[in-house]
Design a protein around this ligand. Structure first.
Ligand code: PMP
Length: 419
């Protein structure tokens, strides 16, 4: 199966464009878990804007709030000045997300993208510690600009930098049974040995659940050991919750289950709902070592994103939303664990499902499945090592029927491709 030719408006857009090559439709509108293209064709969305749409497309409540705000106040572009919308978001995020979890962190608005938050985190860790190096993990994805790219593991993405990235060393992220790679023990040994050649880093950065890496969870006990090690050497522990956060893996933050508190937390993508841009760095008490104006930026306060983010918190606290999300995660887990495609490995973390096709044709199979799914009206992407992993990211609002329908399309496409 080959995707339809890219005839739309590619001529004037840089060749760097990527997703539109895989999903060559003009996406005109969206509602819930459905996208409709210009020709009226409907797609079930198991991609959710790369995890930015945990609340689905155009949720009525979020949309209404944004429209009301626009009608009442219009747009106030305010950089980081105080506005009612910003006050409301700060107040509610502290009261409804941070305080119930015992997190004493301050909130820094960083710009628009996840990359922006990671850059701020690395910069602050370096400023705070006076050190320069960083430790990251194999499989990690943290962003596209120089600092965040240096902490990103994918060699093909790193090559595009055109410069030596340096300053980051990588440990193996445990991808097998717990303990297969004693990464934290290895780090501990290197730090304790004056002759190891390893400087004490400013920070360790990790996704507790790696998403672009193929949906792998860092074992809880290892995470607690890492926390202790960071405490011992005054290393800043950064949790990147940009894709795994906001309920994607179940709890609001993916680190909650292990009971650790990271020093810095990056949040973006779904935090604002609707796909509006928002980028946040959470800074633990005592680490806010910036001087005033150290890290400016024109778009640090998108008013519509503040408004939508508050409406998203309404949903997050709504028992009906929570019940749908919980049942949805169970539905997905049952479907994929009870009858996994032969030869495929399945990993489930809430509404993030990896179907790893490495052993059944790898990328060729994954590409063919993605294309077949698209033909049948389902949007799903491939990721991970060798791009051999299908990653299902349906919105948390997706009902059971749609989850089963989409999952069946994927399963049938895998069966037909590997037959
Ligand atoms: N960190 C993680 C874990 C991500 O998944 C992403 C985006 N896929 C980023 C950082 C970068 O975010 P953005 O694309 O908004 O710059």
């Amino acid at each position: 199966v080959s995707p339809p030719a890219l005839t739309v408006f590619g001529e004037r857009e840089s060749v760097v464009r990527s997703y539109c090559r895989v999903f060559p439709a003009v996406l005109a509108s969206g509602r819930g878990c459905t996208i409709t293209d210009e020709d009226g064709r409907e797609y079930l969305d198991f991609f959710s804007g790369a995890g930015a749409l945990n609340y689905g497309h155009n949720h009525d409540h979020l949309r209404r709030r944004v429209i009301e705000h626009l009608e009442r106040s219009g747009l106030v572009h305010a950089l980081d000045c105080y506005t009612p919308a910003k006050r409301e978001f700060l107040r509610r995020f502290a009261a409804e997300v941070l305080e119930p979890r015992g997190l004493d962190h301050r909130v820094q608005f960083c710009g628009s993208t996840g990359t922006d938050a990671v850059e701020a985190a690395l910069k602050l860790a370096r400023k705070h510690t006076g050190r320069t190096t960083v430790v990251s993990f194999s499989g990690a994805y943290h962003g596209v600009s120089r600092g965040s790219l240096a902490a990103t593991a994918d060699r093909s993405l790193r090559r595009a930098a055109g410069v030596e990235l340096g300053e980051v060393s990588f440990l193996p992220f445990p991808t097998g049974p717990a303990g297969e790679f004693p990464s934290v023990a290895l780090l501990e040994r290197m730090l304790a040995d004056d002759l190891s050649g390893m400087d004490v880093p400013a920070a360790v950065i990790l996704e507790v659940v790696q998403m672009e890496g193929g949906v792998y969870r860092f074992p809880d006990a290892e995470l607690r050991r890492l926390r202790e090690l960071c405490d011992r050497y005054r290393i800043v522990l950064i949790a990147d919750e940009i894709q795994a956060g906001c309920g994607r893996t179940g709890p609001f933050f993916s680190f909650e289950r292990a009971g650790v508190v990271p020093d810095l937390v990056t949040v973006s993508k779904s935090v604002s709902g609707l796909g509006l841009p928002m980028s946040i760095l959470l800074i633990r008490e005592g680490l806010d070592s910036w001087d005033v104006g150290d890290h400016p930026g024109t778009f640090r306060g998108n008013q519509l994103a503040f408004v939508a983010a508050c409406a998203a918190l309404d949903l997050w606290l709504d028992p009906e939303f929570r019940a749908t999300a919980r049942t949805g995660a169970e539905t997905l887990r049952e479907f994929w664990h009870e009858d996994p495609p032969p030869g495929a490995a399945v990993r489930c973390e809430g509404h993030a499902i990896a179907i790893d096709l490495t052993e059944v044709g790898g990328r060729a199979t994954a590409d063919a499945v993605v294309a077949r799914c698209f033909e049948r009206g389902l949007i799903v992407e491939s990721t991970g090592r060798g791009k051999a992993v299908l990653k299902l990211l349906p919105a948390l609002t997706t009902d059971r029927d749609a989850l089963l329908r989409g999952s069946a399309i994927v399963r049938d496409a895998i069966r037909e491709t590997t037959r």
